[in-house]
Design a protein around this ligand. Structure first.
Ligand code: AKG
Ligand code: FE2
Length: 305
């Protein structure tokens, strides 16, 4: 059933697949694995995850949640992530004033990654997607949130599959189409997965909005705390092709109005107000994308650095 919530529509799982390039799957992990992973991450996130921060005009802004990056390509015992691997898996991290924590994935987290991989394979047998990293987010209560955004494409490439697993408290996950700002929202109780595919990063934004604590579905173990893991596949071919802005700082690859563009300084004050490319994203095969990126997305800089 469609329900109007302000300007936001709460939709059923079936409707979501018709309205947005996204898919909700319930109880994807065996329930014991979901419980054990939740307990492990509740503990680990308290000890090791942290709020990142960035500085805009001298003022430090903290993320209203704690986060950590898990590099699934690292074998147990490999210890600290190397700088190269951190740069690839932690896009924008070098721009952060307080960078994101990098943690080693446990066996439980790897098992969860295998379940997520199998679920994607079941829905898209032809897909070669396989998760290489997971970004953890911890939302302690209704004030913790993530605002409207699409994920950086630098290390993921065009039209990436990104899979979010929710553990603990039930929060709302919202998707907004950039062309007309229509919003759909889905409740994400414990052990629910949302798959964002196709052009979800190119044409839509997503968020976990602030909520009154009284509207959050508490979990028997986690209470108001929600933990999410977003599984992604990094493309090593792209890491070598990262472009610096003309001011020398890293740039991020984003998409707007049907074109890719590189923007300066994702987290701080951009040196340039506008940088555009002339690369349309639609229907572009990955090989073409790499080729064009290697040749350089020629940037038109709106104002001088
Ligand atoms: O917590 C969520 O479900 C969303 C997190 C998110 O958007 C992200 O990690 O980029
Ligand atoms: Fe995101």
């Amino acid at each position: 059933m469609l329900r109007q919530t302000g300007c936001e529509r709460a939709v059923s799982d079936e409707e979501l697949t018709k309205l947005a390039p996204a898919h909700v799957l319930r109880r994807v992990l065996p329930s014991q694995l979901a419980t054990d992973l939740l307990k492990e991450l509740l503990h680990e996130s308290k000890e090791m995850w942290r709020s990142s921060s960035w500085v805009v005009r001298g003022k430090e802004h903290m993320t209203p949640r704690t986060t950590a990056m898990y590099d699934l390509s690292l074998e147990a015992g490999q210890g600290e992530a190397t700088k190269a691997s951190t740069q690839q898996t932690n896009p924008g991290a070098e721009e952060l004033h307080r960078p994101r924590a990098s943690c080693m994935p446990s066996e439980l987290l790897r098992q969860a990654a295998r379940c997520i991989h199998a679920a994607v394979k079941q829905h898209r047998p032809e897909s070669t997607w396989s998760p290489t990293l997971a970004l953890g987010n911890r939302y302690d209560d209704g004030r913790a949130c993530v605002g409207w955004h699409s994920d950086f494409l630098n290390s993921l490439g065009p039209r990436p599959i990104i899979v979010g697993l929710s553990l603990g408290a039930c929060r709302r996950f919202s998707l907004r189409r950039t062309s007309d700002h229509s919003v759909v929202a889905i409740p994400m109780p414990h052990n629910t997965v949302v798959i964002m595919w196709d052009d979800c990063q190119e044409e839509w934004e997503h968020s976990v909005p602030r909520q009154a604590d009284s509207s959050i579905g508490k979990h028997p173990v986690a209470g108001l705390v929600r933990i999410s893991l977003t599984f992604r596949m990094a493309r090593p071919e792209l890491a070598e092709k990262q472009k610096l802005c003309s001011c020398g700082r890293p740039s991020v690859l984003k998409s707007k109005g049907g074109r890719y563009y590189l923007a300066c300084s994702p987290m701080g004050t951009p040196c340039c107000t506008y940088q555009a490319t002339t690369m349309p994203w639609q229907f572009m095969p990955f090989g073409d994308f790499i080729f064009r990126l290697a040749r350089g997305l020629r940037m038109r800089v709106g104002s001088p650095c």
